[in-house]
Design a protein around this ligand. Structure first.
Ligand code: APR
Length: 230
């Protein structure tokens, strides 16, 4: 079975109604990154940060996987599909994808402020976190999200998986945030690379087949037009 590694970003979930970050009207236009997605923002105003992520969870709980998520899940019948996602939603899993590595954390989890390794699940019935919500050891809980300026603990696993790819697919990411965007440089020379995005995205590699479409339509085209080769 060919190993396909798929790097996804916010555009993957756009057709599910989840806002991207850097498009017009995106999340970072409405909420300053420094306030809600950095350790400094957390120190300044943790209640605001908790509220921001409570809102993100509320939005996620109303969302459903889109055609693109389902196509990726279906491709598992024929290929070894490894998803590396920058998204903190769980729509790949909801669609049925079984191998999903979350580079930037997960919205439906929280972690202890004393250790990023002590992670706890939230539930759809109990998805909010507030000041005063503590882990069993008594430390305040915070979102299980990799903020700007924090280490990305899964990056080494992501690099290892990317090096093993027979085919590499990039979907719905502006490729502006590192180290995630640097994964394309880890793809073995000669490996076919596909990029699905309605906008032009600059990448460092040549010989990338670009499908300038949204995730749903773009993945349909990829499957029908290109996948028969493999
Ligand atoms: N289908 C596919 N791609 C789409 C769609 C769609 N329907 N709609 C928009 N896009 C594309 C945009 O053209 C853009 O290239 O999705 C991309 C979204 O880019 P960003 O908003 O920058 O999101 P992303 O690349 O995932 O951001 C990376 O930065 O903000 C942090 O931690 C956060 O994980 C995030 C990281």
């Amino acid at each position: 079975m060919k190993k396909i590694v798929v790097l996804t970003g916010a555009g993957m979930s756009a057709e599910s109604g989840i806002s991207t970050f850097r498009d017009a009207g995106g999340l970072w236009e409405k909420y300053p990154i420094d306030d809600v997605a950095t350790p400094e923002g957390w120190r300044r105003n943790p209640a605001l940060v908790l509220d921001f992520y409570n809102q993100r969870r509320k939005q996620l709980l109303k969302a459903k996987p889109n055609a693109g998520h389902y196509t990726l899940a279906e491709l598992e019948k024929k290929y070894d599909i490894q998803i590396i996602t920058q998204n903190v939603d769980n729509l790949h899993e909801q669609a049925g994808s079984t191998k999903v590595l979350h580079l930037h954390g997960e919205l439906m989890k929280v972690q202890s402020t004393s250790s990023g390794e002590e992670v706890f699940d939230l539930t759809p019935e109990n998805y909010e976190t507030h000041l005063g919500d503590k882990c069993p050891k008594g430390y305040q809980l915070r979102p299980h999200i990799v903020w700007f300026g924090e280490a990305v603990p899964e990056i080494e696993n992501a690099v290892r998986l990317t090096e093993q790819a027979d085919i590499f697919i990039i979907i719905g990411t502006s490729m502006q945030v590192y180290p995630a965007a640097g994964l394309i440089d880890e793809v073995k020379p000669g490996t076919p690379i596909y990029l699905i995005d309605p906008k032009e995205v600059n990448v460092s590699r040549k010989n990338v087949t670009v499908i300038q479409k949204g995730a749903g339509e773009g993945l349909k085209e990829l499957r029908e037009k290109y996948m028969n080769e493999y």
